[in-house]
Design a protein around this ligand. Sequence first.
Ligand SMILES: C[S@@+](CC[C@H](N)C(=O)[O-])C[C@H]1O[C@@H](n2cnc3c(N)ncnc32)[C@H](O)[C@@H]1O
Length: 215
Amino acid sequence: MEQKPVDDANPSPELTTHGVGPWQGDRPDDPRFDPELLEDGDSRNVIDRYRYWSMDAIVADLDARRHPFHVAIENWQHDMNIGSIVRSANAFLAETVHIVGRRRWNKRGAMVTDRYQHVLHHADVSDLVAWAAERGIPIIGVDNVPGSRPIDEEPLPERCVLLFGQEGPGLSAEAIAASERVVEIRQFGSTRSINASAAAAIVMHEWVRTHAIRS
Ligand SMILES: C[S@@+](CC[C@H](N)C(=O)[O-])C[C@H]1O[C@@H](n2cnc3c(N)ncnc32)[C@H](O)[C@@H]1O
């Protein structure tokens, strides 16, 4: 799978956490541990289970248990939401994030989670459609447009691409046409819409609620 290289000119800063100091006692010989982190301590923004693990070891562990939903976002005007969408995709363990349109995206909100997340670029909607069709994965558009159905009315498919529009225009006509169905989050106030990254987090959690939470 092609993974986007880290773009040094457009860094994704990581706020350090209190973390843990240098490893105390005998060094573990588990190859997942990173010798430098054992030596210096680990203040990365990772869950405690991954403390001192190398990035490669963390990605391999995530890859072994990723959820079968994908997230796609249209990026025609450098949408500022993409970083936080990538961060939520990491938190909810999406398979891959697909950037449709411009290749470059603002990584600041990702807080380095992009390094643990598969990210694919598609030049246009037809490229995404071909990618999904080849794998038999339905595209579910997410926007509050005429014809959208409330997301709580029908479960999301287990394997799917959840396709979001960008701030301002929302989903393009091509994206709506490519979607098996378009779902919306119910709203009750005066604003026309919520922020795209907030919508993405809600919809990803809806997938998790339906498919990943066992009672
Ligand atoms: C700011 S909205 C823009 C378009 C919106 N249709 C409008 O009429 O203003 C940007 C993106 O956020 C997501 N979004 C925002 N509010 C939503 C809602 N209530 N239901 C589903 N998606 C929403 C969609 O993916 C949408 O394309």
